[in-house]
Design a protein around this ligand. Structure first.
Ligand code: ZN
Length: 474
């Protein structure tokens, strides 16, 4: 048997990242390494169905290697453990810390949304819209016990004949590109999995790091077909939106954001504007218990931030907090904010608006012209965020038709994903002639095809765009 790789998620789409390596070993055992264990999001019942059936037996997996903490890469780990996975889950220490809060949050949201929906359904005499949780808070602790931290650039013996090295992906705190050196009958195969590649811009995190030559490459393609607008003016752009919505129109600026990464980037910008004396006096609410905890973890791991950001710490010990910011933990306080009509900036999760408190803010905020929703991240097709970007007059939230009279604004400069040019820059350390196979994942079709075109032009050969469940010999 030859080594194989099977793509069980993020194949022809963005979410559900899950790639299974099966490596025959000299002792007759087949070593099964799962790269990421992400949740599918945004396709309603289809996602739910895929989240409930892995396509492989969790008990057969020897080890999970995690690229970063985002839920579309880590979100099914508690379910994997619940279904019998008994091996270690390898990640960077910061990813482990972020997963500890974010998996519990994911479980809590699933339980809450389900209970909320069941209650409403009962009241109205209909069937619940939501499905039972994929896992509960009680399933999270047994999963966290399996985590083992591996630092960037450490050569870690993952299994007999397999060495793991993480390099900094510059995407969110702790995010890593995964490099496996796999000894086999025909010598060593050097496999690289990009995880999600960050940006070469002056923000919180360092640039994505260079890495050793690969023979096999699994590369994300989220923005494989386009470039982001320049980011020099990012602070001014955000300030202009705040001024326009909160000061001129006296409305609420509702910013859906991933609790991890995006929220800290936004807070860092607002903090800078505040320090410069340019931020209007509007209350800022960070309405997500997860964001509160995640921001704490960013503070704890501040040595992983860019040099100039670390230098800022000498003048301002809190990069994410300033007068006027309120971090909201309690659900009752969150409900008060829903009712509130005064100008405010509200940052809440989730970024694609599929879950979490943001949906309550949108339900209450969208019907009013004075308000605006500022979309700062990627929204997968089928998500509420995608519906808003498409300009629908009505959207469905909690089974109700909600009119969209608020403006929908967009800022792409906050993207945590490298664009086409940045992905090319990340790959510039590679000699394309030595890369024998390339697999493109984590993109919608247009992006995947754009990425294939880009790589083909650079001289990469044997580029495949796997379909869900497709297996390849290496
Ligand atoms: Zn990510």
């Amino acid at each position: 048997m030859r080594p194989t790789i099977t793509f069980h998620g993020a194949a022809g789409m963005v979410t559900g990242s899950k790639h299974l390596l099966e490596l025959p070993r000299a002792n007759g055992h087949t070593l099964r390494i799962l790269l990421d264990c992400g949740m599918f999001q945004g396709e309603g019942p289809t996602s739910d169905e895929k989240n409930r059936h892995f396509g492989f037996d969790p008990r057969s997996i020897d080890v999970v290697v995690l690229s970063h903490a985002h839920i579309d890469h880590s979100g099914l780990l508690p379910r994997l453990v619940k279904e019998g996975f008994k091996g270690p889950i390898i990640s960077t220490p910061a990813t482990r810390d972020l997963c500890a809060i974010m998996l519990e949050d994911s479980a809590r949201i699933q339980e809450y949304d389900y209970a909320f929906d069941v209650k409403r359904a009962r009241k109205r005499g209909r069937e619940p819209h939501e499905h039972a949780p994929l896992y509960t808070v009680a399933d999270v602790a047994p999963c966290l016990e399996r985590f083992q931290g591996v630092a960037y650039n450490e050569h870690y013996p993952l299994a007999e004949g397999v060495t793991l090295t993480y390099t900094d992906a510059g995407h969110i705190l702790g995010s890593a590109c995964v490099h496996l050196d796999i000894e086999g009958a025909d010598g060593t195969t050097r496999l690289t999995f990009s995880g999600d590649v960050g940006r070469y811009v002056d923000r919180l995190l360092p640039d994505p790091a260079r890495f050793r030559q690969a023979d096999v490459l699994i590369c994300e393609s989220t923005y494989g077909d386009r470039d982001h607008p320049p980011v020099e003016e990012v602070r001014d752009e955000l300030l202009a939106h705040v001024h326009d919505v909160c000061v001129v129109n006296k409305g609420k600026l509702i910013i859906p954001a991933f609790s991890i990464g995006k929220t800290q980037e936004l807070l860092h910008t607002l903090n800078k504007l505040y320090n410069e004396g340019r931020l209007p006096r509007v209350p800022v609410y960070v309405d997500s218990p997860l964001s509160v905890n995640a921001t704490g973890i960013y503070r704890q791991h501040s040595r992983l931030l860019q040099d100039d950001v670390r230098a800022e710490l000498e003048h301002d010990p809190d990069l994410f907090g300033f007068r006027g910011v309120e971090f909201v933990r309690e659900a009752d306080r969150s409900k008060q904010l829903n009712e509130r009509q005064e100008p405010a900036i509200i940052i809440a999760a989730s970024g694609m608006m599929e879950a979490g408190r943001i949906r309550h803010h949108l339900k209450h905020g969208l019907p009013y012209e004075r308000n605006a929703v500022l979309v700062v991240g990627f929204c997968a097709p089928g998500t509420l965020g995608d519906d808003l970007l498409k300009g629908y007059d009505f959207v469905e939230i909690f089974g109700e038709r909600v009119p969209v009279r608020a403006r929908v604004l967009r800022m792409e400069s906050y993207s945590a994903h490298g664009d086409r040019a940045e992905l090319a820059r990340w790959l510039a350390c590679q000699d394309p002639a030595q890369v024998k196979r390339t697999f493109l994942v984590h993109g919608i079709e247009k992006a995947l095809l754009g990425m294939r075109e880009l790589l083909a032009a650079k001289g990469f050969a044997e580029i495949a765009v796997p379909r869900q469940g497709q297996r390849f010999e290496l």
